[in-house]
Design a protein around this ligand. Sequence first.
Ligand code: PLP
Length: 438
Amino acid sequence: MSLGSNLIDRDRKHLWHPYTQMLTCPDPLPIARGEGVYLYTEDGRKILDGISSWWVNIHGHAHPKLNAALAAQARELEHVMFAGCTHRPAVELAERLVDVIPSGLNRIFYSDNGSTAVEVAIKMALQYWRNRGEPQRQTFITLHHAYHGDTVGAMSASEDSVFTRAFSRLLFPVVRAHAPYCYRCPLGLRRESCQMDCLGDLERSLKEHGGKIAAVLVEPMLQGVGGMIVWPAEFLAGVRALCDQHGVLMIADEVLTGFGRTGRMFACEHASISPDILCLSKALTAGYLPLGVTAATEAIYEAFLSQDRGKTFFHGHSYTANPLACAVAIASLDLFGESDVLGRIGRLENQLHASLDPLRTLPRVGDVRVIGGVGVVELQGDEGYLDQIGPRLTAAFLERGLLLRPLGNVLYFMPPYVITDLETEWAIGQIRTVLAGL
Ligand code: PLP
């Protein structure tokens, strides 16, 4: 093919891809179409999407019902600004969400991706205290290994890492507390015998910084980008209890975990808790369109009601509550109702346990973790995200028709829920073979 007509050549001429070292990266995959769990390339390859296209896809690519919902909405209203206007898809989605998210969260604020859902939560928490006459509460407690997004506020809340270091001058300080990373326990303890001692760090931080804390922000049950760290539910219950004891807000970032990923509709359900603020995105639209939600309690909403316009929440994006995205999100919730999606995730979880647990005996495997539809194999090594094993593994799996993108030495499999037992068996077989060959 001549230069210029080839898609890769044209891509290389003008594009700049995220999370990609353009000088050394292999050519991007030229994806022509998707169907179910498969992606099809322009040059005729069929590739199983083993990471749900960065964790967003849940019902499979090009789902007929989601396609139809999108097309129907496009015929009615593609977009209108959401300040001073409203529309049926936004209202209906808010009602549907309030019915399924953890109880007490009655107010839905829309934005347009996971990072902005977190930015909104941070700003909302800060202004909540200010509007209530406690402006000194300006500090956030977040956890080690946290990842909350790539915008400045979300990066500030995230762990100091290769993702944030170049921007450190821009970031505001937060107090960081231990995460329950049992494989690399920050206290050197063992889960079988510990008393969830790592929670003590959060408790100390709350005591020390007391009245200055606005909120504690966590990724409940599964810290994603920081290494696919699966929590004991007791830790999550402990975070809620400590926030209550110290009178601070709890923010749950369920951008990754929401909509079934951890086996429950929302990860907070594992500990039967409700946060004060909840962040959602990714699977909210089943992988179709960008949309963010920050849900809050009525008490938080009420702190913004005033004759004083200065107490308004001045945050909004051009595409806030985009009707196309809302319509697809509603159709995705319909699919949860129409078939036993959570039951399917439960069976996937069992299969992941049965097939991944035996990999612990492989020489380079350090830990195996499974929660809901997520299977994780952490390889030994201390280099984190920049560990060269990551790109090597990606290339090896791609050759076999499986799209995986390890976080350095942390390999994970997170397929759309519609994957069949047979397809799962095949994918895990590839993982077993490649890891055995290391
Ligand atoms: N929060 C969590 C827990 C995430 O995993 C991510 C993305 O991976 C984000 C926030 C940011 O979402 P987005 O990439 O849509 O900005």
